[in-house]
Design a protein around this ligand. Structure first.
Ligand code: G3P
Ligand code: MG
Length: 247
């Protein structure tokens, strides 16, 4: 039907601890074309891959990420819910993920967690991450995203070669044109608001549409029919056969 990429949301996170190298490697085995990851900053300024701004939900520790150095964070196990299968899972750095991306020639969506209260603290996070992406020669296969649209505007201004995307949950008025005005390359909507009309409007503005987080058969089919450019999923193994049938 179209060339729709499969991006593993926090890795193959339905089957392995989210945002760990274990989940990313499993995504590769499940034929994902790329990964979606979330990034935060440690106390000593390292960029780490984790969704929440605390380690409570996903590790055997407690507290804010910003309260720990990288070395301290590495001592925790980030395997909540998967303790037996993945006893050693750690928090990865962005560097470790970029190495994996390079090794397997993957696409990578880096979601910068610089929303609201974090915005001042995390002002330079996107730019610092972009420097690393450039260092690894991966600009062509990376797209940054954030719910903080002004941070994506700033990132595009300082690194025009870096691709950016606007995350959102509900509808946007003329989303394609809005993305174009902000210099963004893609819209990243929650899948519920996605239909063919939205995708066509975005494509007419030269903007891609990558929908999240699409996990069940019915909604994966709907997204393929709507013509999205990528599906962000916890279950690449479910997405892959459907995409192949529709190709
Ligand atoms: O990037 C898509 C999706 O990850 C956005 O929401 O909360 O899962 O990071 P969240
Ligand atoms: Mg995310």
């Amino acid at each position: 039907m179209q060339d729709c990429k499969i991006l593993a949301h926090r890795g193959a996170s339905a089957y392995a601890p989210e945002n760990t190298l274990e989940a990313f490697r499993l995504a590769v085995q499940q034929h994902a074309d790329g990964l979606e990851i979330d990034i935060h900053l440690t106390k000593d300024g390292e960029i780490v891959v984790i969704h929440d701004d605390t380690i409570d939900r996903t590790s055997d520790g407690k507290g804010d990420i910003m309260a720990y150095t990288l070395a301290e964070l590495k001592a925790f196990r980030f395997n909540k819910g998967f303790e037996e299968q993945y006893p050693e899972a750690q928090i990865p750095t962005l560097r470790e993920v970029l190495e994996l991306v390079k090794e397997h020639d993957l696409y990578l969506n880096i979601e910068v967690k610089d929303i609201l209260s974090k915005s001042e603290l995390y002002n330079g996070l996107g730019k610092e991450a972009a420097k690393l992406v450039e260092e690894y020669g991966l600009s062509g296969q990376v797209i940054f995203s954030s719910f903080n649209h002004s941070s994506m505007v700033r990132l595009k201004e300082s690194c025009p070669e870096m691709r950016t995307a606007l995350l959102y949950i509900a509808g946007l008025y003329e989303g394609g044109k809005y993305a174009q005005m902000t210099g963004a390359d893609a819209l990243h909507p929650l899948y519920i608001g996605v239909n063919r009309e939205l995708v066509e409007e975005a494509h007419a503005a030269g903007v891609q549409v990558n929908a999240w987080t699409v996990n069940d058969l019915e909604h994966i089919r709907m997204m393929l029919e709507a013509g999205v450019d990528a599906i962000i999923t916890d279950r690449p193994d479910v997405c892959y056969p459907l995409r192949e049938v529709n190709a």
